[in-house]
Design a protein around this ligand. Sequence first.
Ligand SMILES: Cc1cc2nc3c(=O)[nH]c(=O)nc-3n(C[C@H](O)[C@H](O)[C@H](O)COP(=O)(O)O)c2cc1C
Length: 358
Amino acid sequence: MANAPLSPYRFVWPLVRMMDPERAHGIAVKALEMGILPRPCIVKDDVLQVHLWDLDFPNPVGLAAGFDKDARVYDGMLAQGFGFVEVGSITPNPQPGNPKPRLFRLIDDKAIINRMGFNSEGHDASVRRLKQRNRAQGIVGVNLGKNKETEDAAADYEIGARNFGALADYMVINVSSPNTPGLRALQGPEPLRELLVRTKTALVDATKDLRTPPLLLKIAPDLTDEDKADIAQVTTEVGIDGLIVTNTTIERPDSLQSAHRGETGGLSGRPLFEASTRVLAEMHQATDGKMVLVGVGGIENAKQAYEKILAGASLVQLYSAMVYQGPGIAAAINRELAVMLKADGFTSVLDAVGQKSP
Ligand SMILES: Cc1cc2nc3c(=O)[nH]c(=O)nc-3n(C[C@H](O)[C@H](O)[C@H](O)COP(=O)(O)O)c2cc1C
């Protein structure tokens, strides 16, 4: 059956679903740290390779932020077949996040609600781990958040740029998580311009004698048309390198069935696919196809990954579907995506980008 747990996760899922979600996540991270997870057969195919910025992505399917918040298991996830891994969101100082429970599975809806609130070990811990990284193992992006108590938000992102500039293959400013008060207001044109200019300046300054990693902005799906037009204009004018579209939604579609549907937080997974893909197509149009877009939200299979690419994504990411299908999902999607691209006559992912925008 499509979108069902993949083998060998099929045998693990019945145990996982009985466990508290955050505990299950902790065990998964531990297992990855210990290197005891079986590895799927990795798919290598020229058609999947994406050369972007100055990076060679072996395939376009990345692990979205939020799974490896403290940069513990990026190598383990790359070994599962992801083309890149985004660690974070990382805040400058350690902070505990919101009280538990704060992570909920909506099993019947194949969705998740989280209100983690940027639980983070802080920059120092992740810097220490990333310094030990063998960069030849694969591409790792660093997603920056802000501490709950910080009033000058841009200062937290500037510090992030300085601390991770030399360590990240790409860097993300996350102003779209719904669980940090005031964060999403930074998507407004004036605060956004200041935030982007200050972060970019800090990043260029911190990496003067080195490679400056591309700087991306991650946006919410819950934006007005005016918001989206402003974001397209400001990001183009400031000259950042890409947009990640989208984070979780605070909307609750009527279709939700699960008991936890009323929990506060960001909704991700299946019910997010349509809305996030619509925003992706809109941002592709609003930036005249000139801004690199990373499509994320509700991807469960190769058809949906392909749909995001056709709508304008050069790369895609997922998280929630991995909870239901297991980490082999990246390899499974890549296997089928390669077939789909070739069947339509494309010789590379980048040839297909935006070929079916509305
Ligand atoms: C438990 C959980 C924690 C998340 N934490 C973060 C985070 O810290 N920073 C961030 O930018 N996105 C975070 N996200 C959002 C994901 O990166 C992604 O944008 C979103 O879940 C949509 O993708 P999906 O439907 O494939 O899960 C989190 C998502 C989940 C489910």
